[in-house]
Design a protein around this ligand. Structure first.
Ligand SMILES: [Zn+2]
Length: 368
């Protein structure tokens, strides 16, 4: 993963050395032949921030409300209501014209797996198996389509409690799924195309043991794709109103995830959203991907049980969500995602020992 590890830093260092902008084209007063206007050099930093500006709080919350409606019955893995959510996600990806992740052996948007039949809140039933399905779609890369940057969240939740109370899971993790959809919308409608392939993933089976991310791990391992992949996972982006709007970066393996953390930090700095690095992941799909060798981080908004008092309770409903904090988190995620998918793919041997990660921070507002 060395190549991936240094990619963002080197790219940004290169931008610094270039003066962080497009070199001025000398003007000439007369031109012997008509010429096409010069094609501007792409500037991923500026593009990242422009994409972040397109994030809509209204769209995000509309999706959260649909996912966390009582009619979804808490989206328990293998339930008919969870299947309905899966079909809805497929339809959304189709409408955006996203592709099938064929290089992972998929023939459609589904990555199915077997799961214990989850028959009641918080417990997997014994014996009988049910099906779970991750929903996966791609925006193909232009120059490095065989490198993959995943952006993911889990769409399953806890179902219905023993007394009939629905665990709507608005914060956990309808917010993350809405963020994946917003990333898909913003990127696919921007007219821009990433260098590397962006993979949008809605995981199933998270609440009953990280099963969907386990299935993805197995698939990537079997196909030798783990060292071409990295995951930006999103969990509980809807802190209680007034709880604070900083972003935690749960980083399991700092050495391998350095570029991801750097990209998130840069985006947070640019967008005025504080980033708190290095928290230990309490157990998200990112942990499962890390365990099979895929660099992965989870982001969340101001994690603590005090700031997320409805966590894993029937009261986890949309009206509690701090919308500004939610939108800010999605902005940071999309900006970072764009940098990671356009990191220049510099070869590791090009890295100068004098150009450390510290130079990253010199990319300031003057450069965008
Ligand atoms: Zn969760």
């Amino acid at each position: 993963m060395k190549l991936r590890r240094v990619g963002v830093s080197l790219y940004l260092v290169a931008l610094i050395l270039m003066g962080c902008g497009v070199p001025a084209t000398p003007r000439t007063t007369s031109s012997p032949v008509p010429t096409m206007a010069p094609t501007p050099t792409p500037d991923p930093l500026a593009q990242a921030l422009a994409l972040a500006e397109r994030v809509s709080a209204d769209r995000l919350m509309a999706d959260v409300r649909w996912l966390a409606d009582d009619a979804r019955r808490g989206r328990l893995t293998g339930s008919p209501e969870e299947d309905e959510v899966g079909q809805w996600l497929v339809q959304r990806f189709q409408e955006l014209g996203l592709g099938i992740f064929a290089s992972a052996g998929l023939e459609g948007y589904y990555l199915p797996f077997e799961a214990p039949a989850a028959t009641r809140y918080g417990r997997a039933g014994e014996g009988e198996l049910a099906s779970g399905e991750n929903i996966v779609a791609i925006l193909p890369g232009t120059t490095q389509p065989d490198l993959y940057v995943y952006v993911g969240a889990h769409y399953d939740h806890l179902g219905v409690g023993p007394d009939g109370q629905v665990f709507n899971g608005a914060d956990d993790d309808a917010t993350g799924v809405a963020a994946v959809l917003e990333a898909a919308r913003v990127l696919s409608r921007s007219g821009l195309r990433p260098e590397e392939t962006v993979v949008f993933v809605a995981f199933s089976g998270e609440e009953i043991g990280l099963l969907g991310s386990g299935a993805l791990c197995e698939r990537l391992t079997a196909l030798g794709l783990t060292d071409r992949s990295m995951l930006l996972n999103m969990e509980v982006l809807g802190a209680e109103k007034g709880a604070g709007t900083y972003l935690d970066v749960w980083d399991e393996e700092a050495a391998a995830t350095g570029p991801m953390v750097e990209a998130l930090q840069w985006a947070g700095d640019q967008l005025g959203i504080p980033i708190k690095q290095g928290g230990r992941d309490p157990g998200s799909d990112a942990v499962r991907l890390t365990a099979c060798g895929v660099p992965a981080v989870s982001i969340d908004v101001a994690w603590s049980l005090e700031n997320h008092p409805h966590y894993h309770r029937p009261s986890d409903d949309p009206q509690h969500i701090d919308v500004d904090g939610f939108r800010g988190a999605v902005q940071v995620a999309i900006a970072a995602l764009w940098l990671l998918a356009n990191d220049g793919n510099q070869a590791a041997e090009l890295r100068s020992p004098y150009l450390g990660d510290a130079l990253f921070w010199r990319v300031g507002p003057t450069c965008v």
